[in-house]
Every structure is written in structure tokens, then in C-alpha cells.
Design a protein around this ligand. Structure first.
Ligand code: S3P
Length: 441
């Protein structure tokens, strides 16, 4: 275990770029694996989660290599061209790897066993197994829906018409990936839109995909058994990683931070709206398109007074991974913040409602845990701190509490920093370059 702590700062200052978007990186590797020909991916996130996807695809016969500083090459095997892996696939901590791979496997006559770390083995897979079973895939999972899990894909997949019962981009994407090797037209109905990177990338690869609105729902149609063209893609910075320096910069008493080349896909920018509702001013500049995704620079001045508020649960699908660090902002804001409609947070890398409530309380913040949310009494400035927090194999919990320590009277320590490498290698160095004081404990 690597223990780290952080202590209060007077200012954060500088210009940084965060690593590539995790969601886009997983999808880029998977679609490139199915393309006919060689894809080139720049800016790929080289984190443990994404490398778990790369290793899984290699085990299924795809050649993936890094050439030079920042260019990954993927030799696609074509839709339907994957091979059964010779060993158990270790998805590590990565729900996206497990769930999207299940989609890839479902519509080919493949046999694979997926497993992962203790966190991933606690996460529900039934939400993906149910729609994929309608294609004809067969699953055998521990206790009905947990890893380790055996997938037997089908040689004769049937197109499905599926309405998503939870707003989940992983479930949606698993179905869209299964649809690629399925004759006929698969339909996914999305009452509440989740991140749309898969749809954008499929369109860019020339898939037969159509997105429309019908009766107030998003309706995505994919006609399968079409060739995919290789990708030539630059991955934008991950707004879910940028979230940590954004909140840290806002909470610092002074300074100015610019984060360049951040993906600002509207299905991902809920945090900016949530912080604006707390009174934060974040300047979004230099807007442009890159690889079919909107990208921009974000500027944050320090010393901003944030106030608590009642957060609209409708924001959740657009910022589901950003709640841990938003809770930190709420802890340092003036007044109470109320969060509801967040039961999905209980099935992330950890139970993020319980883990955050415990850590905030340990750091002296008044917090009330509810079934689907939290009420946080903001300290109107630095929190007491002086706590050691259990991060429960959850990268975003680890980073959120290191941000809290920057705005605490006594240092905040975390018990295990290793999970940070699943999504944000270089987090500590980047934060310290801005002036943070994060060090070994
Ligand atoms: C992701 C979707 C979200 C998110 C996860 C990445 C994706 O999960 O929490 O970190 O890449 O599709 P859900 O689909 O379960 O909401």
C-alpha cells in the first residue's frame, strides 16, 4: 500500500494537460480491434484500466503496439474476427473493460472467463448479461451476476430491441458492440442519455448507426455485419481527471490554473454546471472539435467563494464519476448541499456514498448519509482534516481526499494511493507541479 497525504496550499498556479479520456481510450482500442486494417491512436490513456482492455484484446488475437512517443497502432481483425482467449481475462479494477468486452464476446462463437480485482468482483454484471442474453449469449456468473464469469457467445446472434432500465453508457455500449456482428438492426432506447462516445466513434468508423429522438427517448439503431474503417484518432483529455485540479484550483485561496485540451462532450460536462450552481466561475475557451469530440481549455481562478445548494439529480448521468470531488467542494462551501438520486454511486469501484460519507466525517465534516445521496454541511472554508481515509480500491475516492487535504487545517491522508494508476497516472506529479503539497505519509 502506498500512503499519501496532502496539506493546505495558499495558491495553485500553472498550465497543465490531463491524460487522455478513459472512456474514449477503451472504445478506441475495441473499435480499432474490430476494424479492417490498421488504426492509429494518439493520446491514448496509458492507465491500468485501459491497459487491461489492451491485454484482453491481445489475448483475443489483436496486435496492439506503441510506436514512438505517443502513437498506438492496432491491427484490426475485422468484425467477427476475434479468437477465444487461451486463459482467464483479468479486467483488473475496470468495469468498462469487463462490460464492454462482454458485448464484444456475445455475438461471436467465443468462450471466455472474465475476472478482476476485489472491487470489480463485487460489481453487478446482470445489467449487461440480460440484454446480451437476448442476442443468444450464455453467461454463468458467480452468485448469478458477479465475476468470475463465463461468457459463451453465440454463432447465430439475434438483433434486439432494448430499453435501458438504468442510465448506463457501459450497458448501452455493450449492446452496440454486440450489434456489430449481428444481422439485422439492433435498437437501444435510452430514456436518459448517457455518454455518447461509442455512437460518435462508430459513426466515424463508418458503422451503420443512426441516432434519433422518439417519444422523448434517444433511439440508437445499428445494422450489423458491416466492415468498420480503421480509426485515426487523437484522444482528448479526460474531464473526469480534470475534475480534481478544477476543484482544487477553485478551493485554493489564490492562483490561476489553465487545463488545456479537455474533452467537453455535453454528456460529460455536468460537473461544470454543478460548480456553476455553487457560484463557481470556470472559463471555457478555445472550443474546437477533435476526432469527432468537442475539446476546450478550462481556466479556473482561485479564491472563489462557493455556496452549498440542492443539486438536481438530473445532472447525474452527465457527471456520474465526478461526485466524490463535488462532495469535497460541498464540504468546503458555505452552507448545506443536498444530493439525491445517486443510487448508482453505490455500485461504482466502491460504494461512493458510504466511502465519501465515512471519509468526510473522519475529516470533521458534518455529513448525513441517505439511501440515494448525502447532505453535507459545508465548512465555509477549510475543513478540520487530520484524518486517515480508507479508499477501498477506488481511484476517485483517493484523488478526492487528496484534494480535500489541500483545503484542510490538518493534513488528510489516504490509506492506499495505488488505485490512482487505474485512471490518472501522474496525478500526484501534476498536482504538485501546480503547487499542491501531496507527499508520502
Ligand atoms: C463509463 C460509464 C460509467 C462510468 C464509468 C465509465 C463508460 O459507468 O461510471 O467510469 O466508459 O462507459 P456506467 O455506464 O455504469 O454509468
Amino acid at each position: 500500500m502506498t500512503r499519501l497525504h496532502s496539506r493546505s496550499v495558499a495558491r495553485l498556479e500553472g498550465r497543465v494537460a490531463v491524460p487522455g479520456d478513459k472512456s474514449i481510450s477503451h472504445r478506441a482500442l475495441m473499435l480499432a480491434a474490430l476494424a479492417t486494417g490498421e488504426s492509429r491512436i494518439a493520446g491514448l490513456l496509458e492507465s491500468e484500466d485501459v491497459m487491461a482492455t489492451a491485454a484482453a484484446l491481445r489475448a483475443m488475437g489483436v496486435e496492439i503496439e506503441k510506436r514512438g512517443e505517443d502513437a498506438w497502432r492496432v491491427h484490426g481483425v475485422g468484425v467477427g474476427g476475434l479468437a477465444s482467449p487461451a486463459d482467464v481475462i483479468d479486467c483488473g479494477n475496470s468495469g468498462t473493460t469487463a462490460r464492454l468486452l462482454m458485448g464484444l464476446l456475445a455475438s461471436q462463437p467465443l468462450h471466455a472467463v472474465l475476472s478482476g480485482d476485489a472491487s470489480l468482483r463485487r460489481r453487478p454484471m446482470g445489467r449487461v448479461m440480460r440484454p446480451l442474453a437476448e442476442f443468444g449469449a450464455v453467461f454463468e456468473a458467480r452468485d448469478g451476476e458477479y465475476l468470475p464469469l463465463l461468457v459463451r457467445g453465440t454463432a447465430a446472434p439475434l438483433a434486439v430491441d432494448y430499453r435501458l432500465p438504468v442510465a448506463s453508457a457501459q450497458v448501452k455500449s455493450a449492446i452496440l458492440l454486440a450489434a456489430l456482428n449481428t444481422p439485422g438492426t439492433t435498437m437501444v432506447r435510452e430514456p436518459v442519455p448517457a455518454r455518447d462516445h461509442s455512437e460518435r466513434m462508430l459513426a466515424a468508423a463508418g458503422a451503420a448507426i443512426d441516432v434519433a429522438t422518439e417519444d422523448g427517448e434517444r433511439l440508437i439503431r445499428v445494422s450489423g455485419e458491416r466492415e468498420l474503417a480503421p480509426l485515426d484518432l487523437g484522444v482528448p483529455g479526460d474531464i473526469s481527471s480534470a475534475a480534481f485540479p478544477i476543484v482544487a484550483a477553485l478551493l485554493a485561496p489564490a492562483g490561476h490554473v489553465r487545463i488545456v485540451d479537455v474533452g467537453v462532450n455535453p454528456t460529460r460536462t455536468g460537473l461544470l454546471d454543478a460548480l456553476a450552481a455553487m457560484g463557481a466561475e470556470i472559463v471555457v475557451s478555445n472550443r474546437r472539435e477533435a476526432g469527432g469530440e468537442p475539446v476546450a481549455d478550462l481556466e479556473i481562478a482561485g479564491g472563489q467563494a462557493l455556496h452549498g445548494t440542492d443539486f438536481d439529480p438530473a445532472l447525474a448521468p452527465r457527471m456520474i464519476d465526478e461526485y466524490p470531488v463535488l462532495f469535497v467542494a460541498a464540504a468546503c462551501a458555505e452552507g448545506a448541499s443536498r444530493f439525491s438520486g445517486l443510487s448508482e454511486l453505490r455500485v461504482k469501484e466502491s460504494d461512493r456514498i458510504a466511502t465519501m460519507a465515512a471519509g468526510l466525517a473522519a475529516a470533521g465534516v458534518r455529513v448525513e448519509e441517505q439511501a440515494d445521496g448525502l447532505v453535507i454541511e459545508g465548512c465555509g472554508g477549510p475543513v478540520p482534516g487530520g484524518a486517515r481515509v480508507a479508499t477501498r480500491l477506488d481511484h476517485r475516492i483517493a484523488m478526492a481526499f487528496l484534494v480535500l487535504g489541500l483545503c484542510a487545517r490538518e493534513p488528510v491522508a489516504i490509506d492506499d494511493a495505488r488505485p490512482i494508476a487505474t485512471s490518472f497516472p501522474g496525478f500526484v506529479a501534476l498536482m504538485n507541479r501546480l503547487g499542491a503539497r501531496i507527499a508520502a505519509h
